[in-house]
Ligand binder design. Structure first.
Ligand code: PAF
Length: 284
């Protein structure tokens, strides 16, 4: 496995692979990898001939008061995990390589970026969409793997890839969870002991929401209220939102109908980290 840190070197390695008829899989990350990332890498290694992981803590997607400076980083540990998961190439550029001059170009995806996370973090998805566009442009034709854990981000990336005709197949991988249901996230390291014990409340609340839909509840608002109530009852959690939306467009829903694919999403501040989680269900 090789590690490169320049755009020229990364692009030429992937161009060369395709030139020799090899399919490329791309796993964009901000590093501090966990089993969720590893599951995308393993899947990519089975579905492609060359798997590349990008490790870049992207300043554009952090708000002014967010954790850019303290975001956990450990390239040595990440490289070991990548190697064990069958990765062939890591692209770990410094900020000056990705942004050698002030960026005057921004990619923003309307509507799907604006609600939920977009309300709490108004510049976040434009930062994600811009860096992902840049990474797609550098990497070229490939399959790109993103986690369903950041479901709204996945919807933003899918839409930008379609709108801008990137030669990239965007693939969403299932959320990987700890044994008690907490969705894996690099920011879980910020949780104190008590907060860690309380953190699975999001998953529990979403499961209760799914169960209520499967037992016949057809009001999206009633389901959202149920999920919100369970999270709000946890004293350490500060609920931001609980929503029931169309799984594809993320549009808010009113009455649910048979056969509909819906997604339940929730976010809460739990001490330092903001925790996100979601579950999907097909209405019976
Ligand atoms: O999900 C992440 O790790 C990041 O938002 C991404 C997609 C790598 C863009 O920086």
């Amino acid at each position: 496995m090789d590690v490169v840190d320049t755009i020229v070197a990364f692009r030429s390695r992937l161009d060369d692979a395709r030139h020799h008829g090899r399919h490329v899989g791309l796993v964009p990350t901000m590093g501090y990898l966990h089993e969720g990332h590893v599951s995308h890498m393993r899947r990519s290694a089975t579905e492609n001939d060359l798997t590349a992981v990008t490790i870049f803590v992207n300043p554009l997607q952090f708000g002014a008061n967010e954790d850019l400076a303290s975001y956990p980083r450990d390239l040595g540990r990440d490289a070991k995990l990548c190697e064990g998961a069958g990765v062939d190439l890591i692209f770990a550029p410094p900020v000056e390589e990705m942004y050698p001059e002030p960026m005057l170009t921004t990619v923003s995806v309307d509507e799907v970026s604006q609600r939920m996370e977009g309300r709490a973090r108004p510049t976040h998805f434009a930062g994600v969409a811009t860096v992902v566009s840049k990474l797609f442009n550098i990497a070229g034709p490939c399959r790109a793997y993103f986690g369903e854990k950041d479901y709204q981000q996945l919807a933003v990336v899918r839409k930008l890839a379609r709108d801008l005709s990137f030669p990239v197949e965007v693939i969403g991988g299932p959320t990987v969870r700890e044994l008690d249901g907490l969705a894996m996230s690099s920011r879980n390291v910020y949780l104190t002991g008590d907060e860690r014990a309380a953190a699975p409340v999001l998953h529990r609340a979403l499961q209760a929401g799914v169960a209520s839909i499967l037992s016949g509840e057809r009001s999206a608002a009633a389901v959202a209220e149920l999920v919100a109530g369970i999270i709000a009852a946890e004293p350490l959690a500060e609920l931001d939102y609980a929503e029931v939306v169309d799984a594809d467009t993320l549009a808010p829903l009113d009455r649910l109908h048979t056969g509909q694919e819906v997604r339940l999403l929730a976010a809460a501040q739990l001490g330092r980290p903001r925790l996100l989680d979601n579950l999907g269900v097909r209405v019976r």
